[in-house]
Design a protein around this ligand. Structure first.
Ligand code: PHE
Length: 371
């Protein structure tokens, strides 16, 4: 018996539903990819234990994109062409998700990125929604505004410097949205500098930035470089607040920067494991039992993206990619760990953000900001 798959995967006659995972399992942001896959696997395990989806078991095929856009394109191609998955979860970094999105579109296979926050991930250059692109997280115009308001209102900052990772679509976008919102508040951007991923020494630039005496420095990059920047900024005697976005959320941040340097450090995030919401408490408990670790936001959103997919397959009552795509677009009030998901016309959920304060190397809940 041969199943006719037409466009995208289908697997109509199979007892399993093959789902792809395009993640940063190695390379510069490997903790992100690993946490995401852990979260997804936990969700699949729980769903499969209670009978699966439409009577079938969910299986995950993981492809490592090595934290590189070109590898993310290859990983996506392998998943859709070779493994014939019905849908893909991933990637983490906006640049990697953007790189894979054309392949998904060309092959008519939907994907859900748990955590890519750049607006362009779900919207093309002409402003039209990308039919096959979905996400489980808020987007950077919101996240940038949250951090700009926090700097201006909660920290009383009147001036800010911005230090941008120029190799990341995420960092470039987030920097721009932060600047716009900070200026709108009445603040002033007094310095703006850039670096590239894999850079090691940030001291010359930080010295220059420090000379402009900013009340805060915003570093919207990923933990590897952000950790080094925090460390070196403190070594140069900068004691005022250092701010970041969700890209700071890794245990490696503390290893690299050191707990002390991170004091007076704040970043926006999608969820806090300290949240007393019963869904969060239950998730943190099962995750700890499974992995002996406290789940970070990547794990929580990986879990949530898996729930979104399962919900869509159930409502589509089909494993055809086209039908799954239509059901995904209609997700409404789906209760997941990081909140309630209703997708808007651009396939973006509208959700709250959390500001985390670093204290002696521990993430502590500072405030929750609703959209
Ligand atoms: N938002 C980041 C991006 O779009 C990815 C990220 C999300 C990293 C959450 C850490 C935590 O590139």
């Amino acid at each position: 018996l041969f199943a006719l798959t037409g466009c995208g995967g289908s697997q109509a006659d199979s007892k399993e539903i093959k789902v792809g995972a395009n993640f940063e399992m190695t390379g510069g942001i490997a903790t992100f990819g690993q946490s995401s896959v852990n979260g997804i696997k936990l969700a699949f395990k729980e769903i499969n234990a209670t009978g699966g989806v439409i009577g079938k078991q969910l299986t995950l095929v993981v492809a490592d994109n090595k934290s590189e856009p070109s590898e993310a394109t290859s990983a996506m191609t392998k998943l859709v062409a070779q493994d014939k998955v019905v849908a893909v979860l991933g990637a983490v970094a906006s640049s990697n998700t953007l790189a894979g999105s054309q392949v998904a579109h060309d092959n008519k296979v939907p994907f859900i990125t748990p955590t890519s926050t750049n607006p362009k991930v779900t919207v093309d250059d002409s402003g039209k929604v990308k039919e096959y692109a979905f996400r489980a997280c808020f987007i950077d115009p919101f996240q940038g505004t949250v951090m700009a308001n926090f700097a201006f209102k909660s920290l009383g900052a009147k001036t800010a410097a911005v230090y941008i990772d120029n190799s990341s679509d995420y960092a470039k976008g987030l920097a721009q949205f932060f600047e716009e919102a900070f200026v709108q508040n009445g603040g002033k951007i007094v310095a703006k500098e850039a670096y590239l991923q894999k850079d090691q020494d940030f001291k010359a630039t930080l010295t220059k930035m420090k000379a402009s005496n900013p009340d805060v420095i915003f570093v919207p990059g990923y933990y590897e470089e952000a950790g080094k920047i925090v460390k070196q900024a403190r070594e140069l005697g900068y004691t005022k607040p250092l701010l970041g976005g969700d890209g700071w959320d890794s245990p490696k941040l503390v290893e690299i920067a050191g707990p002390e340097a991170l004091n007076n450090g704040f970043f926006s995030n999608h969820y806090s494991p300290e949240d007393k919401d019963p869904r969060v408490v239950k998730f943190v408990e099962s995750y700890k039992k499974e992995y002996n670790q406290v789940p970070d936001a990547l794990a929580a959103l990986g879990y949530d993206a898996a729930l979104m997919l399962a919900d869509a397959i159930k409502r589509a009552n089909s494993t055809e990619s086209g039908k799954i795509k239509d059901a995904l677009a209609q997700i409404q009030n789906l209760q997941v760990v990081s909140g309630n998901i209703t997708l808007n016309d651009y396939h973006d959920p509208v959700k709250s953000a959390i500001v985390i304060e670093m204290k002696e190397g521990k993430q502590t809940f500072k405030e929750k900001v609703n959209p």
